[in-house]
Design a protein around this ligand. Structure first.
Ligand SMILES: Cc1ncc(COP(=O)(O)O)c(C=O)c1O
Length: 469
């Protein structure tokens, strides 16, 4: 990371934590240069970057100031602590009807699960695809189906090492996106009828997988900022024969919550004590806004109890369908299950990603992507504060591209979804994130697309619809 980027991240952290308040003047270039021991031009570069990220703005002849919306403009949602003991899952119809509505390219994609394709280095990836295919040894076309592309495996293991996880290469199973990995992990450790602890709210595909495998959900409430309620989990583990947990410890979908390192360690200790495996879904791991990558629970794993699933779908190459799992003590079993079901992810896609990770400037791309997402988050938060009715609450995740809104109690988000769709705006209504159809007055909105006049008009239109409830 360059000096000015480091400085920008330090100042961004001060703004996010409230040390520098909205409207407050940030230190002058001269002061900052002196106190941080960097040149004035480094400070200028850092301030330009913070301007791009929507956190500060220049006022003529007065210096730089923290933007009004740089902190929380609306309050945080309440945690919903109601909990059904166990639940059969039946959400697929509802989820498919919502997903079907996202196909129209003219719809404002607030309901989408992906950032804008314009934020990905697709042309550079195409070059990596061409180069790597020309260089692919004939025997690799077959051999890489079983083991996965060796260079890709090495590149992924290196990234684990950089984030503090020492990963033996034979733990790594390459998969068709994280979705396949998550499915295989769950199949490895459960049988139909078993109980699985999941988050409430949870990523809707989690619910669909449980439904397909005839598993029952034990919903554990998630705090919008620091993740699952550990006391609830402890009491569930003590009373119920829970066979596995499927959680996101960082940048949880849909809330964006991230657990602290202490809480992640405590979660690991609790699961270790009960010998219940954790399937850690970490597909947004690279999209953090802070200076350091969040540490996964996997980094505390002493005896292979954690299956850590990752993916390139959200940060680099949607549609390439390449993900992986660091499978711990279950790796061999996961690998065999994959061979019995889909055999292998595409060998050319793996080769292209391996080439890109080695030569394509992945970290540079990630820095740009994170900055764009952070600026867009600021724009959506500010727009919500302008247009949404009093009583609206919203999360402010430290990464990713989702905001979770809790609207006043009378709002029915499924009805809002239909009304908005009729005006060409999609959103993800709260009940698709719950095994028990809760969160009826909530919705997830995507800010992964460059902010423009159309986005602003769509927020204003949503505001009018909300006010009419
Ligand atoms: C939380 C979560 N897990 C897993 C996935 C699936 O990832 P992939 O596209 O790599 O299969 C998604 C994609 O929407 C997701 O949001």
């Amino acid at each position: 990371m360059k000096r000015y980027e480091k400085l920008a991240d330090q100042i961004a952290a001060l703004i996010r934590s409230g040390v520098l308040a909205p409207g407050e003047r940030v230190p002058s270039v001269r002061q900052a240069s002196r106190s941080h021991g960097v040149s004035p031009s480094t400070v200028f570069q850092a301030y330009y970057l913070l301007e791009d990220r929507g956190l500060i703005q220049a006022r003529p002849r007065s210096g730089y100031f923290v933007r009004e919306h740089a902190q929380r403009p609306l309050p945080e949602p309440d945690i919903d602590t109601r909990q059904a003991e166990t639940a059969e899952v039946d959400v697929s119809e509802l989820v498919f009807s919502v997903l079907g509505s996202l196909k129209d390219p003219d719809t404002v994609p607030f309901g989408s699960a992906f950032p804008s394709p314009t934020l990905f280095p697709l042309a550079r990836l195409a070059r990596s695809m061409a180069q790597s295919l020309r260089a692919l040894a004939p025997q690799a076309v077959i051999a890489d189906m079983t083991e996965g592309n060796p260079n890709l495996r090495r590149q992924i293991a290196r990234r684990y090492m950089a984030s503090g996880v020492r990963l033996p290469l034979d733990e790594l199973v390459i998969s068709n996106g994280a979705m396949e990995a998550l499915n295989l992990c769950l199949q490895c450790v459960t049988a139909p009828g078993d109980l699985v602890a999941i988050e409430a709210p949870a990523f809707y595909a989690t619910l669909q997988v449980l439904e397909r495998l005839k598993l029952k959900a034990v919903e554990i409430p998630v705090h919008p900022r620091d993740g699952i309620d550990l006391d609830r989990l402890a009491s569930g583990l003590a009373r119920l024969p829970i066979k596995a947990c499927w959680f996101m410890s960082s940048l949880q979908n849909p809330l964006g919550a991230s657990m602290s390192e202490d809480k992640k360690a405590a979660l690991y200790d609790l699961l270790h004590q009960h010998q219940v495996p954790l399937i850690e879904d970490d597909v947004y791991a690279e999209l953090y806004f802070g200076a350091q990558p969040p540490r996964p629970v996997k980094s505390f794993d002493r005896d292979g109890l954690v299956m850590h699933c990752g993916s390139f779908s959200k940060c680099l190459a949607p549609g390439y369908r390449v993900g992986w799992v660091a499978g711990g003590r279950y790796a061999e079993q996961i690998s065999r299950l994959r061979l019995m079901t889909t055999i292998s992810p595409s060998v050319p896609a793996q080769a292209a990603l391996a080439d890109y990770l080695q030569h394509g400037g992945f970290d540079r791309h990630l820095r740009k992507l994170r900055h764009a997402l952070e600026a867009q988050q600021g724009a959506m938060l500010a727009s919500a504060a302008r247009h949404f009715p009093p009583g609206t609450r919203v999360t402010r995740p430290a990464g990713g591209y989702f905001l979770w809104f809790e609207f006043p109690a009378q709002v029915d988000s499924l009805q809002l979804f239909q009304l908005a769709l009729a005006q060409g705006i999609s959103l993800a209504p709260g009940p698709i994130f719950s095994a028990t159809r809760r969160f009826g007055n909530c919705a997830r909105l995507n800010h992964g697309h460059p902010w423009d006049a159309r986005s602003e008009q769509a927020m204003a239109a949503l505001g009018r619809l909300l006010a009419a409830f």
